[in-house]
Design a protein around this ligand. Structure first.
Ligand code: SF4
Length: 154
């Protein structure tokens, strides 16, 4: 029996998927290498939530991801549409995939309202010192989350 390390959950835009709201990608060389080596599982919580690409930019209002799960904050897109449920649905699906593959660590894209780690986009276009919606759920469920800016290829 081989002693394979557990896969790491990563933001899909970090491995080269064009899944950002504007159809762009933000590849991270170290994260991409992990993925190409079969050591990472890539998810885009916003696409998993049913939001297409491209899509209107969205941001947190009234608090961060943790407050969204407490029902005290929401996610609005730039057209003023409440997309909170889609963000929560995608976050739950990301969690399901993390559990399915046994991931205990996630490397997610900094500053995103879904994937941000201690810094997330707000509905007015600024950044707030909070986790995104998916990050908050994963952390609450015991998965360690670090940002792409903190990640160094092991
Ligand atoms: S930051 Fe997260 S939600 Fe945004 S495009 Fe990347 S994977 Fe998708």
């Amino acid at each position: 029996m081989t002693d394979q390390p557990l896969p790491i959950l990563v933001s899909a835009c970090l491995v080269g998927a064009c899944c950002r709201y504007d159809g762009q990608t933000r590849p991270h060389p170290g994260v991409r290498r992990l993925f190409e080596e079969g050591r990472a599982v890539a998810v885009c919580p916003e696409e998993l939530g049913g939001l297409g690409t491209p899509r209107p930019a969205a941001g947190l209002e009234g608090g961060g991801g943790a407050e969204v799960w407490q029902g005290r904050a929401r996610v609005l897109n730039r057209l003023g549409v409440d997309v909170t449920e889609a963000f929560q649905h995608g976050a739950r699906e990301a969690l399901r995939q993390a559990r399915e593959c046994g991931a205990r660590l996630a490397v997610l894209k900094q500053h995103s309202p879904s994937c941000g780690v201690g810094s997330a986009g707000s509905s007015d276009g600024t950044r707030i010192p909070a986790d995104g919606v998916a990050t908050a759920l994963l952390r609450n469920e015991g998965i360690q989350v670090i940002s792409d800016e903190e990640f160094e290829n092991p």
